[in-house]
Design a protein around this ligand. Structure first.
Ligand SMILES: NC(=O)C1=CN([C@@H]2O[C@H](COP(=O)(O)OP(=O)(O)OC[C@H]3O[C@@H](n4cnc5c(N)ncnc54)[C@H](O)[C@@H]3O)[C@@H](O)[C@H]2O)C=CC1
Ligand SMILES: O=C(O)[C@H]1O[C@H](OP(=O)(O)OP(=O)(O)OC[C@H]2O[C@@H](n3ccc(=O)[nH]c3=O)[C@H](O)[C@@H]2O)[C@H](O)[C@@H](O)[C@@H]1O
Length: 432
């Protein structure tokens, strides 16, 4: 099949590469000429484990190519995916301008019947708006399908190639058949393709993200309660997760959820509900718990040190989660701004995200090449992102490097007893 993908970010690049890997002929389009240039050189403009190798292999096999010229990709295609960004608007709802502009551009380039698939995360009813936008610019026949994406950054290839489920929203039999064929290589009987109407597909995406965010905020509330009543949230989590009705996934407390999706999608879902005359009080609480949680390490530090002025702190981890360089709504940003605002110096280290971090902090922080160099002369370490290399650091070496041996473990990944036995003051989340 000939496929065009509009928008070559985390989702578009992963989807395009995986469709090429399954044998299709894929052209990825992006209006960012610099991105296209990087991709043409065989590099990738983001960090995602395994992706660069897969891109190179499919480019070499001539199944995958990149262009800035949308018509050249869309005109010959049978299926066109929209995978452009849907960031939060100033009002808190999803900003659909990129989706609707792409839809109009696609319409102008149609030459024969084409299935237009919206993969971006969009509010209920956007499929209707995409259909109208395309119809304004063409007389050629087409169908619009809603196909939300559920991949996680850092595990994107695995999630795409072996999804728990594929959700396809369409009322067209012709589009349904084509989408079923396209996804057949990625699904087995136990992970189904779920066909439904487009509105339900659009809402499924937000409902899934909101549910996962709810679990995290719930656990962060339990962690705070544990601190107040002298319980250990690690043990509570294990005790809860063992119940098969609850399960272990997404029960890890921390310093709040970040990333390009949970924060904006929770707000967008509340906004959709508000437009329908409904206040989703539960989600409002999920969000306010998350806001509180992103500030909790700074609060613990202020309590311990009194003033942070003229203190030096190491921040381990900048990306919003391990195995990505994405810093959108990363808890590290709020923490570092808080530390700087209180007059502290910050020395940070992240295995991959430092170049991205420069866009946020410029020269206001120091970027250390290793976590040990970040800790030199520090009055404390904030462990913010649970990269594997931070899990079992050489505590003796750290102690010798630091001015004061204090660790704030924002992900509960260090062993508190071990840290304390090496002379550290250990402060975790809900497990003091
Ligand atoms: N990042 C993630 O892990 C996931 C994201 N999503 C959703 O997928 C969508 C895309 O997300 P990301 O890939 O993270 O976005 P991104 O911001 O990384 O990439 C979007 C790309 O689209 C390009 N673009 C915008 N308008 C265009 C146009 N008219 N023609 C060609 N290119 C255009 C931009 O230059 C950019 O490179 C969003 O709606 C997001 O909520 C869904 C699941 C996972
Ligand atoms: O719509 C999206 O973009 C995607 O959003 C999330 O994926 P992602 O944001 O890449 O990463 P997650 O692994 O879900 O982590 C999100 C945030 O929650 C935090 N988290 C996650 C799990 C947990 O138990 N506790 C916790 O605090 C992470 O540290 C991170 O800040 C969803 O997991 C994907 O299914 C979805 O496709």
């Amino acid at each position: 099949m000939r496929i065009a993908i509009i928008g070559t970010g985390y989702v578009g690049l992963v989807a395009g590469t995986c469709f090429a890997e399954s044998g299709h002929d894929v052209t990825c389009v992006d209006l960012d000429a610099r991105k296209v240039e990087v991709l043409r050189r065989g590099e990738i403009p983001l960090y995602e484990p395994g992706l660069e190798e897969l891109v190179r292999r499919n480019v070499a096999a001539q199944r995958l190519r990149f262009t800035e010229h949308l018509p050249e990709a869309v005109s010959p295609a049978q299926v066109v995916f929209i995978a452009v960004g849907t960031p939060q608007s100033e009002r808190g709802d999803a900003d659909l301008q990129h989706v609707l502009v792409a839809a109009e551009q696609i319409g102008r380039s149609l030459r024969h019947y084409t299935v237009i698939v919206n993969k971006s995360t969009v509010p209920v009813g956007t499929s209707d708006r995409v259909r109208s936008a395309v119809a304004r610019t063409t007389d050629v026949a087409f169908d619009v399908v809603s196909n939300p994406e559920f991949l996680k950054e850092g595990a994107a290839l695995d999630d795409f190639l072996k999804p728990d489920r594929v959700v396809i929203g369409t009322t067209s039999e012709r589009a349904r058949k084509l989408m079923g064929d396209l996804y057949a290589p990625f699904v087995r009987t136990e992970n189904p393709i779920l066909f439904m109407d487009p509105h339900s597909a659009e809402l499924t995406k937000y409902a899934a993200n909101a549910m996962l965010a709810t679990r995290i905020s719930f656990m962060n509330d339990m962690a705070l309660l544990c601190e107040r009543v002298g319980a250990n949230v690690d043990l509570v989590r294990k005790g809860m997760g063992a119940d098969r009705r609850i399960g272990y996934a997404f029960l890890y407390p921390g310093i709040g959820y970040g990333g390009s999706c949970f924060p904006k999608d929770v707000r967008a879902l509340m906004s959709t509900a508000r437009e329908a005359g409904l206040e989703l009080d539960l989600l409002r609480a999920v969000e306010s718990t998350n806001t509180r949680q992103k500030r909790c390490l700074l609060g613990k530090a202020l309590k311990l040190y009194g003033s942070l002025a003229d203190h030096t702190f190491a921040v381990w981890g900048l990306a919003f989660k391990p195995k990505t360089d994405d810093m959108r709504e990363a808890p590290s940003v709020e923490l570092i701004e808080g530390l700087l605002g209180k007059g502290a110096r910050v020395q940070c280290h992240d295995p991959v995200a430092s170049p991205v971090a420069r866009q946020y902090f410029g020269d206001r922080v120091a970027y250390a090449p290793t976590c040990y160099e970040a800790a030199e002369g520090a009055d404390g370490i904030f462990l913010v992102t649970e990269w594997n290399e931070f899990r079992r650091p050489d505590l003796k070496r750290l102690r010798a490097l630091m001015r004061r041996p204090i660790i704030f473990d924002g992900r509960n990944v260090l062993d508190p007893r071990l840290a304390r036995s090496e002379g550290f003051t250990y402060i975790g989340i809900g497990r003091d």
